[in-house]
Design a protein around this ligand. Sequence first.
Ligand SMILES: NC(=O)c1ccc[n+]([C@@H]2O[C@H](COP(=O)([O-])OP(=O)(O)OC[C@H]3O[C@@H](n4cnc5c(N)ncnc54)[C@H](O)[C@@H]3O)[C@@H](O)[C@H]2O)c1
Length: 451
Amino acid sequence: MQVVVIGSGYVGLVAAACFAEGGHRVLGVDVDAAKVESLRCGRSPIYEPGLDELLARHLASGALRFSTSLKDGIADADAAFICVGTPQSEDGSADMKYVLTVAGQIGEAMALRPADAKPLIVVDKSTVPVGTAAHVHAEIQARAERPFEVVSNPEFLREGSAIQDFLEPDRVVVGCHSDHAETVMKALYQPFLDRSKGKWFRMDPPSAELTKYAANAMLALRISFINEIANLAESVGADVDHVKTAIGADHRIGPAFLNPGPGFGGSCFPKDLQALLKVGREQGHPLMTLATTVEANRHQKQVLLRKVKEHFNVKPGVPAPLKGRRFALWGLAFKAHTDDIRESMALELIEGLVNLGAEVVVHDFAAMDAVKARIGSKVRYAGTPLEACEGADALLIATEWPQYREADLDAVAKVLKARRMFDGRNLFRPEAMEARGWTYHSLGRRAVEGQ
Ligand SMILES: NC(=O)c1ccc[n+]([C@@H]2O[C@H](COP(=O)([O-])OP(=O)(O)OC[C@H]3O[C@@H](n4cnc5c(N)ncnc54)[C@H](O)[C@@H]3O)[C@@H](O)[C@H]2O)c1
């Protein structure tokens, strides 16, 4: 199959590289000329495990090419995937300007297709509100002289394991009207479905569009739910680790997404929830559970700062109450295995600490450059996790990189001013930290005060 993938960000680049891995011939397109140039040289602009290897392999074989113009691939393409951003507008809705711009460009390029070409399958892979397939269709129709069909194919990959998720999907959702569209989509995904025995769901485009939002909303809801249970566990003297394990053993509930944390962030949940809330309001069906989820998450993103303020007895009205204090912060990305800092709670934590007069020294395994570009000299940047801790009053953990769990805590204790940790990811057990003499605050378990 010949594929054009428009947008070379987290989703588009992964899709392009993986379709090439699946045996298809792919043109990746992006408006960002510097990004395209770097991709042509095999340099990925994002951190994603396994991506560099796929890029190298398929650039070398010629199965994967990059361009700034989709015209270079539309003439003989079987499918064109729209993978551009759908950021949040001021009113909360998904901003569709990038998607509709691309639809217009596809419409104009359709004239390049032979008159007897099979209908081009135009695929909405960006996360888009219900009804977008129809809007994209209208944009193309206004310019197109050749047959086409718009299909909705939402993406469920997770940053950090995006390549594996794409190559071994647990399900592929395709919203389409014709058998031709389904045949093209199946041919594209068959190599991956063969590997994973993933499920194939054909439905109408609005159902496919809603499926993506509903999936993200359900996951966010579970996170906020367990975070609230964790907060309650602390007050009533319960241990959330026991609670989550026992409820997760119920097959109706399951264990996934029941880890308390410092609030969800990232490029998807926050904006997708706002977009779904907006649609619900517009349709006269306000999504009340979702509104509460968003509110609970806003509160949860302050959880580590609240614990620090309580511990250091920060009183309101005192100017710069943490002046002279230094904090080491491990983890900047919104979750492990990615360099994505969009809506990361670590940034809110930094803001809060700096506003209280504290000095912050940060470390991350992938997101340091992104944070430097965003906040510059507001914090100091450490080359290693241990270096971040030198002379700090406490260590804060915001991202669950596995290397942090394996850190030599005795070495860390030696360079900190005090054995003091605020762990937003529950990487350690309180009793183990108590035995090693740490003051240890985590989520949903008892706080431990060291000697
Ligand atoms: N990031 C994720 O984990 C994830 C997962 C599932 C779905 N999604 C959805 O996929 C979509 C893309 O997300 P992302 O994280 O990859 O975004 P991104 O911001 O990383 O990438 C978007 C890319 O599109 C390019 N672009 C913009 N306009 C263009 C145009 N006219 N022609 C060509 N390229 C253009 C940009 O330069 C950028 O490189 C969003 O709707 C998002 O909600 C994201």
